[in-house]
Design a protein around this ligand. Structure first.
Ligand code: NAD
Ligand code: UDP
Length: 352
């Protein structure tokens, strides 16, 4: 169910719109009456997402397969589809890989964003929602993390997000017509309730939730829990997991707000509630009806003990708060996992 209807910014371009978060935002925007243009080079997604978005919404979004660094194609897309606002999801996001391939990350994320901003300037489109990350808070100095927390980054991926935010603040300072919001996501998980779209990483997942899902599906033997000696209630790492549909609704809520707020803002999208790895394991077992085999292994380099949001600003400014709980996050992930396990999930109903 869409939570809002918007009459501002009819035509919206989503860079990286075929990806995990972008595809869920596309669903919410289409259901709210927007026209969406998905602009994606498919480096981490597949064209099948388009049909599944249509199945959910009854509307086929416009899709352009191209890189955000292809300046001419991007300029044409903005012009041809009379784009009024951009949501910028395109980017590489694997923390570990970013340490192995830093230049690729800067080229894709930072150079890609410069290319996008140049195209937007030329087309005189000055409304932008940017996919930020709690990674810009670095090692938490206090919890919960509010937007005033000092910024730093502990890996190249986080630094690309930090550089982009700084660029956006400079841009906004140079021209008061820009309306920009950096939505700092905490840990997006879950899938659309249909089970048709969700997170389907290529290869062995880096993140907890898709890893657990594949263990339960029998594709991986067991979960490695990275450390049980953190200063947390059960010793395992604590994170703020947020349902991807709540996140998507947060994006939709930012549009009418941005229309009235020139400047450059940062807003956390999290629940404010932290859960440990073992709590996630128990929640997934309960939602799926299957045990999650695991073993405790040493800590993963670079991990912090706990990280969770103060989501107060999103509530005050956007009138948004996360509504879905841990059970929904796990149940929808499991439903999606079973769906991709079927030969074709497009025509079958999946029971809850
Ligand atoms: P994703 O990889 O599923 O989606 C990103 C999409 O961008 C993919 O479809 C990919 O093909 C496309 N893309 C990448 N580089 C591109 C380029 N140069 N030109 C055109 N398309 C390109 O990732 P996601 O989880 O949906 O994340 C979306 C955004 O949110 C990213 O910027 C990510 O850094 C940010 N973010 C994600 C998380 C998370 O845990 N998923 C957390 C914080 C922030
Ligand atoms: N984690 C784990 N095993 C895994 C993947 C993750 O124990 O296979 C833990 C990780 O140490 C962290 C939490 O799960 O405490 C969330 O990790 P994820 O990679 O999903 O998100 P991030 O580290 O970016 O917050």
């Amino acid at each position: 169910m869409p939570v809002y209807k918007s009459d501002c910014f009819v035509n919206i371009l989503l860079t990286g719109g075929m990806g995990y978060i972008g595809s869920h935002v596309a669903v919410v925007l289409l259901q709210a009456g927007h026209r969406v243009v998905l602009y994606d080079n498919l480096s981490n997604s597949d064209a099948g997402v388009l049909v599944r978005i249509e199945q959910i919404t009854g509307k086929m979004p416009i899709f352009i397969q191209a890189d955000i660094r292809a300046a001419e194609t991007l300029a044409d897309a903005l012009k041809q589809h009379a784009v009024e606002a951009v949501m910028h999801f395109a980017g590489l996001k694997a923390v570990g890989e970013s340490a192995q391939k830093p230049i690729e990350y800067y080229a894709n994320n930072v150079e890609g964003t410069i290319s996008l901003l140049e195209a937007m300037c030329k087309a005189e489109i000055r409304t932008l929602v940017f996919s930020g990350s709690a990674a810009v808070y670095g090692e938490p100095q206090y919890l919960p993390l509010d937007e005033m927390h000092p910024l730093s980054a502990t890996n190249p991926y986080g630094r690309t997000k930090l550089h982009i935010e700084e660029m956006l603040r400079d841009l906004s300072a140079s021209n008061p017509l820009w309306c920009i919001v950096c939505l700092r996501y905490f840990n997006p998980v879950g899938a659309h309730e249909s089970g048709l779209i969700g997170e389907n990483p290529v290869g062995i997942p880096n993140n907890l939730m898709p890893y657990i899902a594949r263990v339960v599906a029998g594709e991986l033997k067991e979960l490695s829990v990275f450390g049980n000696d953190y200063p947390t209630p059960d010793g395992t790492g604590v994170r703020d997991y947020i349902h991807v549909m709540d996140l998507a609704e947060g994006h939709a809520a930012s549009l009418p707000w941005l229309a009235e707020h020139p400047g450059c803002y940062a807003i956390n999208l999290g629940t404010g509630q932290g859960y440990s790895v073992l709590e996630m394991v128990a929640a997934f077992a309960s939602a799926s009806g299957h045990a999650v085999p695991f073993q405790i292994v040493p800590r993963r380099t670079g991990d912090v003990a706990a990280c969770y949001a103060n989501p107060g600003k999103a509530g005050r400014e956007l009138g948004w708060r996360a509504r879905r709980g841990l059970f929904d996050m796990c149940a929808s992930t499991w439903k999606f996992q079973r769906c991709i396990g079927l030969e074709s999930c497009t025509s079958r109903a999946i029971s809850p």
